[in-house]
Design a protein around this ligand. Sequence first.
Ligand code: TD4
Ligand code: CA
Ligand code: ZN
Length: 313
Amino acid sequence: MPLVTSKELFPKAYKGGYAIGAFNVNNMEIIQGIFEAAIKEKSPLIIQVSAGARKYAHHEYLLHLIQASLEMATTAGVEIPIVLHLDHGDSFDICKKCVDGGFTSVMIDASHHPFEENIKITREVVEYAHKKGVTVEAELGRLAGIEDAVKVAAKDASYTNPDEAREFVEKTGCDSLAVAIGTSHGAYKFKGDAALDFVRLAEIEKKLPGFPLVLHGASSVPPDLVEICNKYGGKLSDSKGVPEEMITRASKTGVCKINVDTDLRLAMTGQIRKVFSENPGEFDPRKYLGPARDAIREVVIRKMRLMGCSGKA
Ligand code: TD4
Ligand code: CA
Ligand code: ZN
């Protein structure tokens, strides 16, 4: 089965009250782990590549590894719709390269620019991408830093404004919108209790009925994954992420795509640490990348069940 665009997945997710997991990839084992999970769960999938991942692994390698997964699924008689998405493209140029180079979806993240400038850059990408049948995710508002989350003033300045969200979507023609409602990237999201602004999310939804929203910074940093890392020599202190029940709650709203990267990193690193702690003499990469791949599969299965996309392929 060929790659699909987000347009083929989001309306079903919106109506069905679930979200599709978008997982970041950097190498073969990560792709295989995620793919094994999608097959096991019969779940649609969004594979996403950051600018950093593209630089690290190279566009062609990632594209062909994903195409290999699709071919293997077809051979096995399994149909899994997959979107290949650029995560946080920061310029027209990188978005164009991905549109031209086989991606079916791109994110233009011009959220650090003033509102009008964000609209202008996003619209340019939309015009180019749509001509080639590629969908575009944009971002409005900025993801909170750990300090910002507690300050109300900072919250109003950086969280997505519902009225602006509608204007932004109308003026840009983007296909989905990443919103800032309290999450942030990485393993340290909250100092105390997790605070996601579900009231704001509902207001955004009201202003944009039926329009797919995207949640970034959605790793949960589950204590069991942190514990494995720390048990085998890691030093992750007080890591707090988005509680798993909030992932399920968000999935039932207009949020159609939920990004997860940090939890995959934790799962992978924990297993690699374990192998080396238990056998410091190990030097066969398959002996530590294999368990890392298995751990990725398990964490992705867990996410798919939380988001409700299992069984929706
Ligand atoms: O958009 N993302 C993933 C960000 C990946 C960054 O990759 P580089 O290091 O290559 O720049 C997310 O929203 C993931 O959020 P999470 O909570 O998992 O950190
Ligand atoms: Ca949803
Ligand atoms: Zn992100």
